[in-house]
Design a protein around this ligand. Sequence first.
Ligand code: PLP
Length: 379
Amino acid sequence: MAIYLDNAATTQVDPDVLEAMLPLLQGQFGNPSAIHAMGRKARAAIERARKTIAKSINVSPSEICFTSCGTEANNTALLGSVRDLDVTRIISSPTEHHCILHFLEHLEASYGVEIVYLDVDDKGRVDVDQLAELIADKTKKTLLSLMHANNEIGTMIDFERISKMCHEAEVLFHSDTVQTFAHFPFDLQETPISFMVSSAHKFHGPKGIGFMYVNGDNQISPLIYGGSQERNMRAGTENISGIIGLGKAVELAYGALDEHRKHIEDLRQYCKEKLVEHIPGILFNGDLEGRSLYTVLSTSFPAEACYEMLLFNLDIAGICASGGSACSSGVNQGSHVLKAIDADATRTTIRFSFSKNNTKEDIDHLVGALQQIREEAVV
Ligand code: PLP
């Protein structure tokens, strides 16, 4: 059996989520837009899921719009801010996910939007003083787009502080919360935001379903045109089994948030200690002692021959993790995040990411495999 330590990429669907989804894929297959009984039943199920999600972040159900994934939700929010809310300047950071960065390039090229990237330090933290200076300039309608937690190195923003700064400066605030929704509590009445997004497969829900929260003051037009689904914000017959699975995954995550968090935090700490004990010269990327996503441990292995093919060798040993390098030559473009934090390109970066399903035995197995990889290289 593989040891799965790549939960920031995607997670295993929870059996209870699957159980909630199956009836929608079997007998209850009505189209939610149909007016007959089967259609109405499907519609009611969607609205129940929408309510569960809205309640989890303390907003109105009418502010939740289902999308096919986090990428679509992010694209829709950014495009809407430019097309419908007159945004002409977007402030962001070079460490955002590509679904933000590539879309910002598109907005710059096709809509003439000014894009400003904040400086980041060697831990991936954005320069908040620079942000304060930028938003003091009111000549252009501005949106700030900053991810809550970085998916590669786990560095987090001070969400409350930045929400407050944007609110006071009358700047729209969009946050890619794909790695943090269902892992942290949110109360959007306390911490206002214009847009946030989520993707079910990052917290034991199915792939192909996500949502966008759009603050009720901000009416935006769709990315996908057609029918009037999702209050005219996203056309197309709803992915009803996905929506029900998403709702169930949210219920399960927020029903045991502290318990899961403690379990995963302990595992990450255990992993870190074991790696320090057994792997000479190992370092960690990100802001581990500060604001850090507890599901992610970005490790930096010394520039030794035994670590050159590390991801490949871990795979052979039955361990699933993710790579990332700062190198920029040839086919391997390298990680834009590692480049932005000026990571040493001669070292090997591996991201281990954990979920409620991982155990200490998984970590022991990982450490054993790493030791073996090293020993075999020495022979
Ligand atoms: N944003 C972040 C921070 C992510 O980690 C991911 C997925 O890796 C996405 C956006 C894209 O989400 P999706 O896979 O649902 O399109």
